[in-house]
Ligand binder design. Structure first.
Ligand SMILES: [Zn+2]
Length: 445
């Protein structure tokens, strides 16, 4: 059962349309919903505290939970960290995920989701394998998860559309709707146009969305031109992949005409600047995408290519990389970056979260501001608070994480799983998978 929760005396960063920050504010959560927001005195006058769990948020900021819009559960963080994307995929990522079993996926997911929750992430858009294990882990730890398979053409020995269809039948809607299943396409170099068309047909038949890596690297663009005679987004457009319920991850090398196709189709973009930097893939044209009116959220990608799941770090990259490359300190200001990490990600997934407003699902985090990261902090100055959130803070400032009305972390302690056991089992699973993974000879020559 969910408790009735009243969070009082905090700085409530609503991320609503008006951009309101309510100092000395309160939030009421009843079941899985936010039922009241306002000044603490007004909210307490309207709502009795009987039968409610009252959380004192003085010295804390209260924000919508962060949405990690491009995510992979990860098992092998820090392994083969020096390789560029294509070699990394062939010698490390694919061999690891081909050797997964239920147990390895389950413990890897719990280890991944636990780090995310500790950094204030309340929704993950997770493309990986063994979705039954991922869904079980998501429900157990209590994170909102949109799951998709790693679908590719059969010769690549990853997942098939049938695997994804089976996972949808088994797990879509699990945990009272906490888990959804999308159709996942790994990326164009491992896909035929027929597979792409079939993926859209299946997604429409199931009434669900699509999650795809698109236009991530120059090698992908060249591969697409050679195999299809067109750029990646043009292929995705022609095969029907794009659309409002399609999350296109990366989109680093978009041409002007590809940005126009994204806008025409209402495709959702996940910007993953720290992964793009680490893998040497380049810097996405974020200012142009935003100017074109695209909805852009943020993702960490995977701990294998990041290596942190801390979305606060991703927020900082999402501003600094563009300021550096354009020699323009006015770009990607702090409130805009927080908007990408909260409501834009939520909107991309069609969720009723991402804002602290009456009627929204109760995905809420408390950020401790009584520390060096938030010092100095001018009272009742929202610009100063936003600046610290993006440029000074990291995920360790998150004190409490509430998802769907349930407290899943409090005082930095996970409430739903044994954290030490999760870490031990994830370590064992990595060693087990390493022992049996097979690196193709062609990939090592
Ligand atoms: Zn990815």
């Amino acid at each position: 059962m969910n408790d009735r929760i009243i969070i009082k005396d905090g700085s409530v960063v609503t991320m609503n349309d008006a951009g309101d920050v309510i100092f000395d504010g309160a939030v009421v959560i009843d079941g899985d919903q936010i039922t009241d927001v306002g000044k603490t005195a007004d909210v307490l006058a309207r709502n009795g505290t009987e039968n409610a769990r009252v959380i004192d948020a003085s010295g804390k900021a209260v924000l919508p939970g962060l949405v990690d819009l491009h995510y992979h559960t990860a098992l092998g963080k820090g392994w083969s960290d020096h390789l560029p994307l294509w070699e990394y995929l062939e010698t490390c990522w694919y061999p690891i995920i081909r050797a997964l079993d239920y147990d390895a996926a389950y413990w890897a997911a719990l280890a991944s989701y636990s780090e995310s929750i500790k950094c204030g992430v309340t929704t993950v858009n997770d493309m990986y394998r063994k979705l039954d294990a991922l869904a079980d882990a998501a429900v157990e730890i209590g994170i909102r998860a949109v799951l998709a398979n790693d679908v590719a053409d059969p010769e690549h020995d990853l997942d098939t559309l049938d695997d994804n269809k089976t996972a949808f039948a088994a797990k879509h809607g699990a945990g009272n709707g906490l888990v959804e299943v999308y159709i996942g396409i790994e990326w164009l170099p491992l896909a035929s146009q027929e597979l792409l068309r079939d993926a859209r047909i299946l997604a429409d038949e199931l009434g669900t969305g699509i999650h795809i890596h698109l236009n991530e690297s120059l090698t992908e663009v060249e591969n697409s031109k050679q195999r299809f005679g067109r750029r990646p987004t043009e292929v995705a457009y022609d095969t029907g992949i794009l659309g409002r319920n399609c999350i296109a991850a990366h989109c680093v090398w978009l041409s002007d005409s590809e940005i126009a196709l994204m806008r025409e189709t209402g495709t959702q973009i996940s910007h993953n600047p720290s992964s793009n930097a680490k893998l040497g893939n380049g810097i996405a044209r974020l200012p142009e995408m935003l100017n074109a009116g695209l909805n852009v959220g943020l993702g960490h990608d995977a701990a294998e290519c990041n290596n942190s799941r801390d979305l606060f770090q991703v927020m900082k990259f999402a501003s600094l990389m563009h300021r550096a490359s354009r020699v323009d300190a006015s770009l990607q200001q702090a409130p805009d970056v927080v908007r990408m990490a909260t409501r834009n990600g939520s909107d991309a997934l069609g969720h009723n979260t991402g804002r602290i407003e009456t009627g929204r699902k109760a995905d809420v985090i408390l950020v401790d501001t009584k520390n060096q990261m938030f010092t100095p902090l001018m009272p009742e100055n929202s610009d100063h608070l936003f600046s610290h959130l993006v440029f000074a803070a990291n995920g360790s400032c998150v004190d409490t994480t509430i998802i769907n009305g349930k407290i899943v972390m409090e005082n930095r302690q996970l409430t739903t799983v044994d954290e030490q056991k999760v870490l031990e089992e994830a370590n064992k699973a990595f060693r087990r998978v390493l022992e049996r993974m097979v690196v193709p000879v062609s990939a090592t020559t």
